[in-house]
Design a binder for this molecule. Sequence first.
Ligand code: UGA
Length: 438
Amino acid sequence: MKISVIGTGYVGLPTGVGLAELGHDVICIDKDESKIKTLQSGQVTLFEEGLPALFKKNVESGKIRFSGSFQEGIENADVVILAVGTPPDPVTKEADLKYIFAAAEELAQYLNDYTVVAVKSTVPVGTGDKVEALIRQKNPTADFDVISVPEFLREGYAVQDFFHPDRIVIGSNSQRAQKVMHELYRYFEGKTEILYVSRYSSETIKYASNAFLAVKIHYINEMADFCEKTGADIREVAKGMGLDKRIGNRFLNAGPGYGGSCFPKDTMAMACMARKAGVNLSLIENVIEKNAARKKQMAHRILEQVKDIQDPKIAVWGLAFKEGTDDCRESPALEIVQELIAKGAKITGYDPKASENARKILGNQISYAADMYEAARGADVLAVLTEWPEFKKADLDKLSSLMRSQKIVDCRNMLNSNEAFEKGFDYSCIGQTFKTVS
Ligand code: UGA
């Protein structure tokens, strides 16, 4: 099938590459000329485990191409996938649909044979109707269906999630469009559930899922607070809870609060949509507020460790919003760092992949180290802010010899607490209190 993907970000690019790998002829379109040039030169524009190899293979076989031209991409496409950003409006916090609408208006003129326009971007309920009306207005004779195909890929696991999804949701009542999508996703037949629902339901499933996961993370974070006051250990509690299949063991890692380009934006958009519809989603509203406050609390914990030190030096491990990505959008680590900077701390940060993107946000307000030990040199406290697996394997003897004071605030529960105590660290983490500090 001939597929056109509009938008080459963290969703569009892995989707395009994945579909090419399934044998479809894919063309990815983006308005960002420099991005298209980089992709055309054979380079991947973002960090995503496993993507470069698949990208290279499909570029070489000619299964995937890149272009800045809508005309080249849309004419003759069987399916046009909209994967452009829907960032929050800075004032209202609603999803800003300007990129979706601009893309719909532009693509309309190039639709010739029957085409399925599949909205993969996360959009409020009813957006499919608006996209359909816009296309119809621009090209009254076009033969097309607009459907909703929400994305459930996680950054850092996009390739794995593309080929092994828990489900594929297709929102359309048009049997013609369903048939086309059935063909597009034929590879998944018998491997994963393909759910056909109405467009409104499909648009809602995406928000309801992300909001639920955000609530789940906040729940375990609140339980962690409880454990700290009562002497229980959140890791044991999460394990015990997770063994109940109704609860499940995933997304029960307590930490500094959720971040990223999805959960903060989507929970806010969900709350806005509900308010407009006259529904009070008090649980989600509460989680949004508490999750924002949690990052400040984390910063406070770190500052407590250096409150008696003049011009404290703080080492930060992790700048990305989570492990496995170079993405720093709404990163809890950066929000905490900004709070620390505001209090006058001198910071050296290290991230295996995200330093460049962090620098775009923080500039020279902090120093950037080339490795985790370099970041810790001369530090009064080390804050672990992102769950990169390499932090688990840290050589604590080496760390101890490099730091000015042996203090660690582990906001991701990455280090082995017993080992940290043995090596003489003043160690604290999330959801666990230690009766004896050696
Ligand atoms: C999320 C969803 O998990 C995907 O299913 C969805 O497709 C995507 O949003 C999207 O809407 O595009 P993503 O934002 O890539 O994916 O990252 P997650 O792995 O969900 O993590 C989000 C945040 O929650 C991170 O800050 C992470 O550190 C935090 N988190 C996650 C925890 O604090 N604890 C956990 O147990 C899990």
